[in-house]
Design a protein around this ligand. Structure first.
Ligand SMILES: [Mn+2]
Length: 292
């Protein structure tokens, strides 16, 4: 069961690679995880769970797979982080060249930098929406500047503007950096206090193309417990999907990743929840592309 090579059932794959509108890119990479390990098992678990999804989406009342979804072979994750990131950015560039929406299944969060770098070359106006419990703004972590705990700092190095939501765990240094740069992350406390948070986020995005980086620990651990660093007071399913739906209606979603599922760290339904979130996101992205 764990070797299911497709997103959804085999019969829901695009007939041929070229006609697909969505490319699922499994990246079983998990070298720099800080607490509970196992993110390298994330993509296989999501693919296996996806086989059990209803292909008729209960909110969209449509079958998003019909736009054409192709599942790429798992990325070769041998070698250094730099080598893996290079390979991934080529893979994402390939999907963009085929006019497909690249959807990366992690794996740990450090891989986001490759997805963003590849999308940036196609979309110079790109901005990043990060859903996460953590700011991931450390300059380095365990002497590693490519650690998952530093990924948004590396995005800042690329000069790509970003906005963060679901945040509820960070260091003093990261907070001081936000203050000095004028960044106002949407902590869960701020999201609760300011009902207009989603409006404000959309105003900030201002119609620019969006790369969504969804660290699954952004969700509440009651919704998705199997992550390396679960934090209480996370986003509900309803809040997370409302956010993504709104992004897709007001901007073009040009790339996405779903990272940090650690199957050994929690119950199997976590992978199913992740798979459903991926499928729902594809549904939102594709239905709003059809409307335009
Ligand atoms: Mn995180």
């Amino acid at each position: 069961m764990m070797n299911h090579p497709y997103f959804l059932e085999a019969g829901c794959q695009a007939q041929d690679e070229a006609s697909a509108r969505v490319a699922i890119i499994p990246v079983p990479y998990g070298a720099t995880v800080s607490w509970m390990a196992g993110t390298e098992e994330g993509p296989a678990a999501i693919l296996a769970a996806s086989e059990a999804l209803e292909v008729f989406d209960d909110e969209l009342l449509s079958e998003p797979w019909q736009v054409g979804i192709t599942t790429r072979p798992p990325l070769d994750c041998q070698g250094s982080t730099e080598e893996v990131l290079m390979r991934l950015s080529q893979e994402v560039a390939g999907a963009l060249a085929r006019r497909q929406l690249p959807v990366i299944l992690g794996g740990e969060h450090s891989l986001t930098v490759a997805g963003v770098a590849a999308c940036l070359r196609h979309y110079p106006e790109l901005c990043v929406v990060q859903v996460d419990a953590h700011l991931d703004l450390r300059q380095e972590y365990d002497h590693d500047s490519l650690s998952h705990a530093c990924v948004m700092r590396r995005i800042d190095d690329l000069a790509v503007p970003f906005v963060q939501a679901g945040i509820r765990a960070f260091s003093k240094e990261e907070w001081l950096l936000c203050q000095s740069r004028g960044w106002q992350p949407w902590t869960t406390a701020r999201m609760r206090a300011q009902e207009s948070w989603l409006e404000e986020m959309v105003t900030w995005i201002n119609g620019r193309p969006v790369y969504l980086s969804f660290d699954l620990d952004g969700l509440d651990p009651a919704v998705l417990p199997a992550t390396g660093t679960p934090e209480p007071d996370g986003l509900s399913w309803e809040t997370a999907t409302r956010l993504i739906a709104r992004l897709c209606r007001t901007s073009k979603l040009v790339g996405a990743d779903f990272v940090e599922l650690a199957p050994p760290a929690g119950p199997a339904y976590s992978a199913f929840t992740a798979a459903k979130l991926v499928y729902r996101t594809i549904g939102y992205a594709m239905s709003s592309r059809c409307e335009v």
